[in-house]
Design a protein around this ligand. Structure first.
Ligand SMILES: NC(=O)c1ccc[n+]([C@@H]2O[C@H](COP(=O)([O-])OP(=O)(O)OC[C@H]3O[C@@H](n4cnc5c(N)ncnc54)[C@H](OP(=O)(O)O)[C@@H]3O)[C@@H](O)[C@H]2O)c1
Length: 302
C-alpha cells in the first residue's frame, strides 16, 4: 500500500449489513480513507473479468469483501450457489488482489468450527464445519489463502445491525406479536454489531503495508451469551424504548428441540487476543451496538 497517501479502499457486497456499516463509517471519517462501494448489481464477485476490469480502471490499496451468501438454512438447498459466492468468488478476489499488490480483507465465520471445544476458539484451532454454509466459508478461506498468503481473514460471529435480516430484528418483530417466545439456550457466542466489525476492518485497512501478517484473525462481540440471554436483553431494551408494547415470556429450549434444517455449533465463542495484540483493545461490547440499533429504529430509521 502507498504509505504517505490516503488509502483507497473498495468494499464489495456493499448493500449487506457489513457493507452498509462500512458506508456509514466512511461517511463519518472522510479524511482517513477514500472509499468506493459496489453492491451486487455493480460488481458480481463471481465474475472474474468484471473484478479485473474494475480494479484495472480504479486501482485500490485495499479490498474489503463484505459480500457473502449468508442464508444458513437455505444453503443446504442451494449448495452450488453458496459455494460460488462464499468459496469460488473469494478466490477470484484474492487472485485479482495479489496480482495488483492490493491488500485483501476477507470476512469469514465462527461456523467454520464444530463448536465442540470447551473454550473460545483460537485462529489455529482445527476447522470442522457442521453445515453447508460453514463448509462454503471454510472453502472460501482456503481459496483466499491459496491465492494470496498475505490476505487477512477476519472470522466473526452472530452479526446484527439496523439493516437486513438478523436475530435482533427477528426478536423485536416476534416480540411485538407474541406472548411467549422459545429461544435456544445451549448455543453460546458473541453477538457482533456490524458497526464494531466495520471499525475493526477499517482499522486493519489503515495499517501500514507489511505490518499485518496474512491469515485468520478473530473478531467477535462481548460478553458471550446464549441466544436465550441475548433475546432477553433485546426484548428488555426494545420494551424500554416502546418498540414493543409488552415483554413476552422467553422460554429456554435446547437446540435439539428447534426444527432447524441445518445444525449450528454449540460454542461460537471467538478468542480475539491475536487481533487485539495487533491493534490494541477493540470496541466490541454488543450492548452498545444493540442500543444503537434500537435507537435508530425508535427514531424511525429502517
Ligand atoms: N450475518 C451473520 O450473522 C454472520 C455471522 C458470521 C459471519 N458473517 C460473515 O460476515 C460477512 C458479512 O455478513 P453480512 O451479515 O453483512 O451479510 P449480508 O447482510 O447477507 O450481506 C451480504 C451481501 O453480499 C451480497 N452478495 C451476495 N452475492 C454477491 C455477489 N455474487 N457479488 C456481490 N455481492 C454479493 C448480497 O447482495 P444480495 O442481497 O443482492 O444477494 C448482500 O448485500 C460475510 O462474510 C458473512 O459470511 C456473518
Amino acid at each position: 500500500m502507498r504509505q504517505a497517501e490516503t488509502p483507497r479502499i473498495l468494499v464489495v457486497g456493499a448493500d449487506g449489513q457489513l457493507g452498509r456499516s462500512l458506508r456509514m463509517l466512511a461517511g463519518l471519517r472522510p479524511h482517513e480513507a477514500h472509499y468506493a462501494f459496489l453492491s451486487r448489481p455493480q460488481l458480481d464477485i463471481t465474475q472474474a473479468k468484471a473484478i479485473s476490469a474494475w480494479l484495472d480502471a480504479h486501482p485500490v490499496d485495499c479490498l474489503i469483501n463484505a459480500a457473502a451468501y449468508t442464508a444458513v438454512d437455505r444453503a443446504a438447498t442451494e449448495p452450488a450457489r453458496a459455494h460460488a459466492i462464499n468459496a469460488h468468488a473469494p478466490g477470484l478476489l484474492a487472485q485479482a488482489c495479489t496480482a495488483r499488490g492490493t491488500r485483501l480483507l476477507h470476512v469469514s465465520t465462527d461456523y467454520v468450527f464444530d463448536g465442540r471445544l470447551d473454550r473460545p476458539y483460537r485462529e489455529d484451532d482445527p476447522v470442522a464445519p457442521l453445515n453447508t454454509y460453514g463448509r462454503s466459508k471454510q472453502a472460501g478461506e482456503q481459496a483466499v489463502q491459496a491465492a494470496d498468503p498475505h490476505a487477512i481473514i477476519v472470522r466473526t460471529s452472530w452479526v446484527f445491525s439496523a439493516w437486513g435480516s438478523n436475530f435482533v430484528r427477528t426478536m423485536v418483530h416476534l416480540g411485538a406479536q407474541r406472548d411467549t417466545l422459545r429461544v435456544i439456550h445451549d448455543q453460546v457466542g458473541g453477538p457482533t454489531w456490524a458497526g464494531h466489525l466495520a471499525l475493526a476492518l477499517h482499522t486493519l485497512a489503515l495499517q501500514p503495508t507489511g505490518s499485518v501478517p496474512g491469515g485468520p484473525y478473530h473478531f467477535g462481540g462481548q460478553p458471550w451469551v446464549s441466544w436465550h440471554e441475548f433475546a432477553q436483553e433485546i426484548l428488555a431494551r426494545a420494551h424500554a424504548r416502546g418498540l414493543i408494547a409488552q415483554r413476552p415470556r422467553v422460554e429456554a429450549i435446547v437446540a435439539a428441540d428447534w426444527p432447524s434444517p441445518e445444525p449450528r455449533p454449540a460454542n461460537g465463542r471467538l478468542d480475539c487476543t491475536r487481533l487485539e495484540a495487533l491493534l490494541g483493545p477493540l470496541e466490541r461490547d454488543w450492548r452498545i451496538g444493540l442500543d444503537q440499533v434500537l435507537d435508530a429504529w425508535q427514531a424511525g430509521q429502517p
